[in-house]
Design a binder for this molecule. Sequence first.
Ligand SMILES: Cc1ncc(COP(=O)(O)O)c(C=O)c1O
Length: 470
Amino acid sequence: MTLSAMQGRSKEDLVDDAVRYLWRHGTPITATRKAQGPIAVSGSGIRITDIDGNTYLDGLGGGSAAATIGYGQQEVADAVAQQLSKLHYASVRTYLNEPAIELARRIAEVAPGDLATSFFTSSGSEAVETAAQIIKAYHKKKGQPEKSKVIYRTTGFHGVSLIAASASASPDYRDWFQPLVPGFVEVPTCYTYRRPEGQSVEEYAASCAQAIEDEILRQGPETVGAIFAESIPAGLILPPPASYLKRLREICDQYDIVWLDDEVFIGFGRTGRYFGCEHYDVVPDIVTASKGITGGYVPLGAAIVSQSLMEVLVDDGAAGQAKVHGHTYSGHAGACAAGLAVLDILARDRLVENVARLGDKMLSAFREFGAEHPHVGDVRGKGFLIGIELVEDKATRKPFPAEAGIGRGVVAAAMKEKFMLRSARDVVAQSGGFEIGDIITLFPSFIATEDEVDEMIRITKQAITESCGA
Ligand SMILES: Cc1ncc(COP(=O)(O)O)c(C=O)c1O
């Protein structure tokens, strides 16, 4: 029996209450009544069941990519319950607690290179905000406090704190917060499908990296402290060529600029490696993570800091050690217990390997389909992070007009088969300079089986054909 049924409340009562009392993010305040999504009441495997008893195949890891290990993982629930009964809270500022220490150690084991010290938060935005504090502390410690500007990229999204919003490109995410933090400078992202006519991918990647260096030189390298750049931007799903990130690393080293690789969306397995940067053999200075650490069972985030940065930060020279402020719930014992259980499940069930294998299968299937389909312009991604860009004209890469609602049509067609996917065009309405087409995105839970992947492929292809009318 559902909670509302127990309380004698109908679905209509719930919708009324939602309109009146529950402010949903990312939707107009009163959208609940008109554009009401299903009211989820339970989940099992990669499926969610709603209050009417409909069961949906969830291609979105719970909607925001957090449900990485699926629903109903009893071990995680048990680990959290046991920890809450034993010691639910002891601030890591005043005490230490075992799950926080152990999780930090385990993260160091799976993180690449010398990324080894975790500062825990409760969300991705807080992890980015914390990283910004750490970066400031680093430059102050080195006696270069004027290195305070932050470079960020078009189409990027880093969260909803003021700093994160200042580094997020879409007006959708920025405009609410104006005026933003000064000293944030936008550069183009590396969007290979939308590269200029006649340029090879490598030439284009080199020009994108060059644009970053040019901007640093224009601003004055002595004023630039950081670049916020996801190794694989997840909003529009833009895996870059390896040469681009290698060059980014070199530029950061040359000008002593901290590279924050924001892996809140993709960290802890989504791309078929624990971290996206591992695909490129580059090691960022800080990686931010959240969703995948606990698979969405409990809120938790982390800024994972390299040892080379830590050496500067802990140096006990004249200025003393760096201090970074945290949150009441930084290193929350119950949240960290969830993280430990999730890491156990990822390793035991070889889920990251499953993502790599079945992600390749999905990509190949969509690429084969796209080669024949007149409106599939590009298929890209890594692991269970897949984007299919639909265009009106494949030769010119011209998007469908927004009013045609092609992406929305795909989502609606998939929904008729009770499959949840997303059209990025409706999420990122506009992004500096690029014409964004209808990008259909999929980011299911890592436990998806081969049959479920086949089902997702079948419905997605069918929904695209239905909406594009070809
Ligand atoms: C890359 C990236 N950074 C930061 C965030 C913000 O995380 P949160 O919503 O947990 O604050 C997100 C959220 O989707 C994200 O995808």
